[in-house]
Design a protein around this ligand. Structure first.
Ligand SMILES: [Ca+2]
Length: 122
């Protein structure tokens, strides 16, 4: 049976792997082009065989991290490909550091939560 120290070491290694994976996925999102937006849209519409994509590619396209590639992901990939910030008019999680497009107005404001309040909310 592994000792507590060995388990803690494994936890640390797992956290390092997850953190490294996150940064690799973020790196993959830095150079989107219109072709990526088209591919993501075809995946969202069920027109692509997702088994031909690697897990890495699917993680890169799932911008909001909800486990599926939606039209919203495709729209935001298109926005990123032309240098615009991703938009959240229909809500979503922002799991990146960088600009985001807000759609609030005086009569219809949007609420932006800090990380701790977001964790408490979900
Ligand atoms: Ca998604």
């Amino acid at each position: 049976m592994p000792t507590k120290t060995e388990l803690e070491k494994n936890d640390r290694e797992l956290l390092e792997i997850i953190a490294k994976s996150s940064s690799v996925v973020e790196k993959g999102r830095e150079n989107f082009d219109a072709g990526d937006a088209g591919t993501a849209l075809r995946i969202a519409e069920g027109l692509e065989d997702v088994s031909k994509f690697s897990l890495y590619e699917l993680l890169v396209y799932d911008l909001d991290g909800d486990g599926e590639i939606s039209k919203k992901d495709a729209d935001n990939i298109l926005r990123l490909s032309v240098g615009l910030a991703p938009a959240y008019a229909t809500g979503g999680l922002a799991d990146f550091t960088g600009p985001a497009w807000l759609d609030g107005t005086k009569s219809r404001p949007e609420l932006v939560l800090n990380q701790k309040d977001t964790q408490n909310f979900i």
